[in-house]
Structures are given as structure tokens and as C-alpha cells.
Design a protein around this ligand. Structure first.
Ligand code: ADP
Length: 454
């Protein structure tokens, strides 16, 4: 079977859907191939926040920011290993990306609130209604439907095809019944297949540190397919060893815990012996490593009702109930009772908390120099949650230029091949800052659409 389009997009996450909308909007025909039974990818299960400087929201809140400052923060956040040209494109186009989401795709953002993730000098992450990628994907999906863009679910791209001259001209895919379909692409192919966090094999190949000890926060479809397919055509890869973990995830499922973000509001991290072992607000990679070197490779977050009231925990009660059911979270009237549930050394934990409460009174954490306000844990009920780090984002991927063209090992663009989103490398250096992935996928998804039609 064969179908013919101007453009074939592989992957129906945020990058692929953004690209498809722009291709169709410019008057060309396009199909989206999605191997899962649903669209959205990791974009769907993300928090959905995106960074942009000089937005209407910042203006409303009176926050001073600039493209230059955003660029600087992003470069520094990736240990200055990112491709500066790509970061410049990201920063220059961030504001128009968020305005496009608002005006063309109808995404609702909180108008009077911005998040400030680690590494950013000012609050600049817009917060979609509901605080979830669901708002982005449902609106992108609606737009795609309105524009009559065909989305082929359960259709897995297996090979990117070229003509005799080496120009990319289609994709070989397999549908859910095992039928092979050739999707011809007269203008070109956009690869938007996301990262490889769910592929244990690829993680171990590129950075043996991230072996079976780690689960993943990612959806099961994030297996690096686009990287493998483009590599067959000689595509260059960049930064593949840079894999990011999120420190506080479920030890049962590996899923990122939004409840555990009480850490930002004062929760304290201890081990089974009842001792603290790291500064709770250190970098994601530092906390992750520290947890893994404790007994059983586990950390235990403890907080009280004062911290709970300060946090956004109430927004995540569905997750809360799931964690309780899993046996990875307990709420109890006393610290003893909660600690016993996890077989934590009760006497030592009480001593640790007593000492920590003194630090709170004195305003200084003598052990780990915790930054920010130190809140004593004194108000019942108490909560203890068992957490592990989990693979969250793969910074490396296909090397692209500022026009989202995929670059080969000789340094030249592969004709007809474009890529956007987590499948690409070079934009985040060694470490992606919170809120930068969504900006990346929308900015470069739209650029890929423009380039493929040139
Ligand atoms: P991004 O944030 O870069 O858009 P996502 O993870 O949100 O990445 O989306 C990538 C999408 O691509 C996922 O929905 C994933 O299931 C899909 N995908 C991955 N590999 C293939 C493939 N071989 N064929 C079709 N779709 C794929």
C-alpha cells in the first residue's frame, strides 16, 4: 500500500503536532504517524509549562526579563555545552511560540502566575490550565482535527526512505495489523519521535550509568526510534551521554511524583537509618546519585502539615491516593508510626528531626546548608514518601542546524530530512532546565515545518 503527501511527520507528540499544523496551515498536505494508540507522547504527561521571556504574563506581573537573559540561563544550565546558535533560536522564538499556542491553538495559560524552575533568573514558565501537558495536547489535537490532518495511530515508522540521489522521500511504516504502508513524502520527512528514556538498551549503550537500576518517567514509546532510523542515513548524533534523572519518583512505577515536590516547600530527605544525606534543593543529578548510594537505593521524604499547607500537594490528590495504595506513601499522626511503616530507624529519625527543628529555629542548616527557608517539622499529621530517581529526559539526539535540518557525519544537511523536539540534541547541553522542553518542541516543530516547505 502506498499513500502520497507533501510531508510525513513521524511522532504525534508536541513537536510533531506543532509541525503538522504549520505544514497544513501553509497549504501543503501532511500525515502524522504515531506508533502508540494515543497522541501526546511525553508532552502529554509533562507538567506542560514553557519558558518564554518578555511575554504578556511577565508584563502583567511586572517581571523584567530579556531574550539575552533567558539565553544565558539556558546555556549556563547546560554547563555551557549547548550549541549557542540553537539556543539563540530557542530564545528568539520562545515568545512567538507561546503566542502561537495561545492565539492559533487556543491553549489556556494562567494569566497571573509564572513558575520559576531551577537555573532561571526570574519566573518565566507559563503554566497551562490544570498544570499538565494535557491542556497542550488536547488543544493541539483539536486543531489537527479541525484542519483535517490525518493522524495514523498504532502506525510505527520503521525506515526513512530515500531516492537514488539520497534525498529523503518517504517512510516505511507498519500498522497495528502488521501491514506495511509506504508513506511517500514529496517535500520531506520531519522526525519528531521524542527521546530514548524508555529504551534500556540505548541508555546503556550511550551512558552505562543509566542501567536497570533506573526506571523511567517516560511513556513506553520513547525508545529513540527516530535516532536509529536517521542514523541509517548517516545522521550525526550529539550529546548522547547526557541523560537527566528526576530524583523523586515512585519506586513501584518509576513515574515522576508531583506530590514529592513538597521538597521545594520544605520536605526533608532521609535514609533508612533515619539520617539526612544531601541538601534537598541541590541539582537533580546530585540528589539522584545521593539517593542511589543509600541503603536499598531509596530515599524517604518527610514533611508535616505546615509544609503540606505551603505546597501544591492538594492539586495532586489522585496521585496521592495511588501512592498510598502502592504502599509508597503514608500519612500518620506521629513520626514513629510513619517511620515504622517503612522500617526506618525511629530513634535516629526523631533525633534527626529534633536537630533539624533547631536549625529551623536558628535559621541555618548546619549539616547541608539548605538554601531558602527552613521549616521545622512539628505539626501533625506527618507524611513519609519513599522515592527513587528515574530517567526523565535525554538531552542528546540528532544533530540539527538552526533550520531544523538533520546534519550528517560530514557536516552537511541530509536533503529532505528535518527533526524537532526531544529526538534532537545540542539544545540543552548536559542538562535541560525545567520548562525548556516544551519551548524547544514548539519552536523547532514550527521551524521544521517552515524549512521542509522551502
Ligand atoms: P516531543 O516532546 O519531542 O514532541 P514526545 O515524547 O512528546 O516528544 O512525542 C514523541 C511521539 O513520537 C510519541 O507519541 C511516540 O509514541 C512517537 N513515536 C516514537 N517512535 C515512533 C515511531 N517509530 N513511529 C511513530 N511514532 C513514534
Amino acid at each position: 500500500k502506498e499513500e502520497v503527501y507533501d510531508v510525513v511527520v513521524i511522532g504525534g507528540g508536541g513537536a510533531g503536532l506543532s509541525a503538522a499544523i504549520e505544514v497544513k496551515g501553509a497549504g501543503a498536505s501532511v500525515v502524522v504517524l504515531e506508533k502508540m494508540a494515543f497522541i501526546g507522547g511525553n508532552t502529554l504527561i509533562s507538567g506542560g509549562e514553557l519558558n518564554a521571556p518578555e511575554t504578556w504574563i511577565q508584563e502583567k506581573l511586572g517581571i523584567e526579563d530579556s531574550i539575552e537573559q533567558y539565553k544565558e540561563d539556558t546555556l549556563k544550565g547546560g554547563d555551557n555545552q549547548a550549541d549557542e546558535k540553537l539556543v539563540t533560536v530557542l530564545a528568539n522564538n520562545a515568545r512567538s511560540a507561546i503566542e502561537w499556542l495561545r492565539d492559533e491553538v487556543n491553549v489556556s495559560f494562567k494569566e497571573d502566575y509564572l513558575m520559576q524552575f531551577g537555573g532561571h533568573s526570574v519566573p518565566r514558565a507559563a503554566y497551562p490550565e490544570g498544570g499538565s501537558g494535557d491542556e497542550l495536547i488536547s488543544k493541539l489535537g483539536t486543531k489537527v482535527e479541525e484542519m483535517d490532518i490525518p493522524v495514523r495511530k498504532q502506525t510505527k515508522a520503521e525506515e526513512i526512505l530515500t531516492d537514488e540521489s539520497g534525498k529523503v522521500n518517504g517512510v516505511r511504516a507498519v500498522d497495528k495489523d502488521g501491514n506495511e504502508i509506504i508513506f511517500k513524502a514529496n517535500k520531506g520527512v520531519i522526525v519528531a519521535t521524542g527521546g530514548f528514556g524508555s529504551s534500556l538498551e540505548m541508555r546503556k549503550k550511550y551512558n552505562p550509568e543509566y542501567d536497570e537500576r533506573y526506571m523511567s518517567t517516560d511513556q513506553p514509546g520513547s525508545t529513540g526510534d527516530g535516532i536509529v532510523m536517521a542514523e541509517e542515513l548517516g545522521a550525526a548524533l550529539i550529546g548522547m551521554e547526557n541523560i537527566q534523572t528526576y530524583p523523586t519518583c515512585s519506586p513501584v512505577t518509576g513515574v515522576l511524583s508531583y506530590v514529592a515536590d513538597t521538597r521545594f516547600d520544605g520536605a526533608v530527605l532521609v535514609n533508612k537509618e533515619g539520617n539526612r544525606f544531601v541538601e534537598e534543593l541541590d541539582r537533580r543529578d546530585v540528589i539522584s546519585k545521593a539517593i542511589l548510594s543509600q541503603t536499598d537505593g531509596m530515599g524517604y521524604l518527610i514533611w508535616d502539615t505546615t509544609v503540606k499547607n505551603k505546597s501544591h500537594m492538594d492539586n495532586y490528590m489522585k496521585e496521592f491516593d495511588q501512592l498510598v495504595k502502592q504502599g509508597t506513601l503514608i500519612k500518620a499522626d506521629t513520626i514513629e508510626e510513619a517511620a515504622k511503616f517503612f522500617d526506618i530507624n525511629v530513634d535516629q529519625l526523631k533525633e534527626t528531626i529534633a536537630k533539624y527543628n533547631e536549625y529551623a529555629t536558628n535559621g541555618k542548616d548546619e549539616d547541608f546548608n539548605r538554601r531558602g527557608e527552613i521549616i521545622g517539622l512539628t505539626e501533625a499529621p506527618y507524611y513519609i514518601q519513599k522515592v527513587v530517581p528515574s530517567v526523565h529526559h535525554t538531552m542528546g539526539g540528532l544533530k540539527i542546524d538552526t533550520e531544523a535540518r538533520v546534519i550528517n557525519n560530514e557536516g552537511n544537511p541530509i536533503p529532505g530530512l528535518f527533526a524537532a523536539g526531544e529526538v534532537t540534541g545540542g539544545i540543552h547541553g548536559t542538562n535541560r532546565l525545567g520548562g525548556n522542553a516544551i519551548t524547544d518542541i514548539v519552536v523547532f516543530g514550527r521551524i521544521a515545518a517552515e524549512s521542509v516547505l522551502k
